[in-house]
Ligand binder design. Sequence first.
Ligand SMILES: NC(=O)c1ccc[n+]([C@@H]2O[C@H](COP(=O)([O-])OP(=O)(O)OC[C@H]3O[C@@H](n4cnc5c(N)ncnc54)[C@H](O)[C@@H]3O)[C@@H](O)[C@H]2O)c1
Length: 341
Amino acid sequence: MELDLKDRDWLSQKINIGEEVLYLTRKECESVGLSIDEIIKLTEDALVAHGKKEYEMPAKIGIHPLPEVFFHAMPAYVPSKHAAGMKWIECFPKNHERFNLPQTSGLLIMNDEYSGWPLAIMDATWITAMRTPAVTALAAAALHPDAETFGMFGCGVQGTAHVEFMPHLLKNLKRIYIYDVREDAMDKLIEEVQPKIDVEIIKGRNPEEVVKNCEVLCSATLILKTPLKVVKDEWVTKGQTILPCDLNTYWDPLITKRADKYIVDSIEEHELFDKMGYFPDGLPEIYCETGEIIAGLKKGRENQNELIVNSNIGMAVEDVVLGREILNRALNLGLGRKLPL
Ligand SMILES: NC(=O)c1ccc[n+]([C@@H]2O[C@H](COP(=O)([O-])OP(=O)(O)OC[C@H]3O[C@@H](n4cnc5c(N)ncnc54)[C@H](O)[C@@H]3O)[C@@H](O)[C@H]2O)c1
């Protein structure tokens, strides 16, 4: 097989492949200068590659030291981006109360696609906090482009980024409702994001008010095996678009069951979570994958009355595409520390 070594030649001018690895902190990842629109575009490229099946990405494997926690190994290869690597991500929902630590942490390793040697080790929390709302915003724009109202459940790391990202693609947005069990999380989100966006952010008094006032809804709360069923089936009406980032936890499973289209980012991944017990009421029938909608290979919304649920649990293709761009920029800017192998 003929190897296309142009990209590798560029890399090898910046780093001694096989001898050293670039370590990037969260701050350094943030300071490479990626704008929200650039993050959205890179995430779109990753989803299109996924939709066209131009990738390699086995379903996550993991370990579970405590009930309701996971470490996941998320490897992926996207040839068009020369992006090969693996995210090692952790989700410990009780971290806030136990240790005053965020529930999600992680590292991303990027590798040379031709020799296999590691090129970089970088923080993955910022990448995760950025690519996840980019996926939701792209899905919202594809499935409900004219939405004037958006509702966000969970105002932590993900919720905050989602509220900032959404107006970048939903250009008609007039109001964003937010809801969190913690009042201080809602206040912090508004303080942080309202100065950055022109859309009014409104604190929801309860989940029902948010559901009944919003065309597009998203949740980023907790991932639990037993659904919390916070959002009741009778609050949800035809025509709404629901975009959970927390799998099956927040919504009455009846909603997903009666949805006209149930779309997921990765069928394999959702089937795996089903096997692990995260869909005690059964995995709903899946219409297609998010990437197929974004790549224009499958029809999204076909009429105003369709109830659509699109569950995006997160895919490694998004992480490695963003990770590769961060690596390129860091090498160009001379950011990070080169560590001997
Ligand atoms: N789909 C993906 O790609 C992806 C990526 C990262 C994180 N996640 C998931 O998103 C969720 C949020 O992650 P995060 O990093 O933002 O966590 P976080 O701890 O920063 O925020 C979670 C927020 O949800 C709130 N919350 C908890 N229970 C709630 C309830 N019943 N109603 C309303 N609010 C509630 C908490 O008070 C907190 O403010 C987690 O489940 C995480 O596993 C998904």
